[in-house]
Ligand binder design. Structure first.
Ligand code: DAH
Length: 347
């Protein structure tokens, strides 16, 4: 009796297998009928699995496997047929209406840091500055010593440095001032360059600070360059960049410039945000500047009796945050498309 049941089951499964394999149609209704016939709640497989309960235990493994295979084949058949008619109906509908507008090709956007960097380059190139770039991995000489920051100089602590190797020191540049040194070593005045680039500091990451950010350095060396030239150049820049025409140079200290100053622009106090970002003063600091220290000229073999010059440095993220009212510096590095897409209209 049980033997018969086994034979019956095996026969039945084989026959259904054959039917499933042979089944072909291009009609979605027929596919659905087929699915219900085999895989539906009252379908062939349901019935076979009910009969399976009476199969002799030692045959259960083999018959069970055959049943699973049958179920998989039927499922696959349904998917395969559905896919083939979906594909072909799509092709048809695509050619249904030839006057239909084409699917638009999404335009990408530039990263806000690139947008701001390019604007800065553009503004300075109009008054004769060319771009000069340098390596991100620097030696001690170009990042510190040549910039009048000898070993043990206390101002080295102002810039928490990522060291790569010790003795001789190899490090990630902490500012783009290193490019000044490289350029002065290899070129004779007149020099008029700006150096945009990535810099690195071993700092805690917060809404206002990051361990990787961008700076633009400026350098102008010629005969008879004065502090007035520096001020005029910065004023021109702030007018073009921010449409603001009031700046203030606040005395400060940088080892590579003498005298040195912080550059403040008058932002205004019209809105609540203005109050917040300027801490109620209306003034905003955007970078540092000064007259190149004669020691730096000497270190790069430029005659400090004949030539003088000015330099300045500013943070690109800081400027981008001001221009686009971005509250958190980390947004620049998360690469969230919802953030980046907002800069599509800006070139
Ligand atoms: N290198 C300075 C920094 O990273 C910025 C700076 C200040 C650059 C004054 C200059 C300058 O060229 O004259 O904080």
């Amino acid at each position: 009796m049980r033997f018969n049941l086994y034979l019956n089951m095996k026969d039945k499964i084989d026959k259904f297998f054959e039917k499933v394999n042979k089944f072909e149609t291009k009609s979605s209704e027929k596919i659905e009928d087929f699915r219900i016939e085999y895989l539906g709640s009252k379908g062939v497989l349901k019935q076979l699995f009910t009969e399976f309960k009476d199969v002799e235990p030692k045959l259960k493994k083999e018959i069970g496997q055959a049943l699973n295979n049958l179920r998989n084949s039927a499922t696959e058949k349904v998917n395969e047929l559905k896919f083939s008619i979906e594909g072909s109906s799509n092709v048809e509908s695509r050619f249904d209406d030839l006057t239909r507008p084409a699917t638009p090709i999404e335009l990408g956007s530039r990263h806000p840091i690139s947008i701001v960097k390019n604007r800065i380059i553009d503004i300075f190139s109009r008054i004769g500055f060319t771009v000069s770039e340098g390596p991100e991995i620097e030696d001690d000489w170009h990042n510190f010593t040549a910039l009048n920051l000898p070993e043990y100089h206390p101002a080295r602590d102002m810039q928490d440095t990522f060291f790569i190797e010790k003795d001789p020191d190899i490090l990630l540049r902490t500012h783009t001032s290193s490019v000044q040194v490289r350029y002065m070593e290899n070129n004779k005045p007149p020099i008029r360059i700006i150096s945009p680039g990535r810099v690195f500091r071993n700092e805690d990451i917060s809404a206002r600070a990051h361990c990787v950010f961008h700076q633009v350095e400026g350098l102008y060396i010629d005969t008879d360059v004065s502090f007035a030239d520096l001020k005029q150049t910065l004023l021109y820049f702030t007018k073009e960049m921010f449409s603001r025409s009031k700046i203030r140079l606040r005395p400060s200290y940088f080892p590579f410039t003498e005298p040195s100053a912080e550059i403040d622009i008058y932002w205004g106090l019209k809105t609540e945000t203005d109050h917040k970002i300027t801490k109620g003063t209306g003034w905003l600091e955007i970078g540092g500047c000064g007259m190149v220290d004669p020691n730096v000229l000497k270190n790069t073999n430029i005659d400090s009796k004949k030539y003088s010059g000015f330099a300045f440095g500013m943070g690109v993220e800081r400027i981008a945050m001001l221009l686009y009212q971005i509250p958190d510096i980390r947004m620049f590095y998360e690469n969230d498309v919802r953030f980046l897409e907002q800069f599509k209209s800006v070139i």
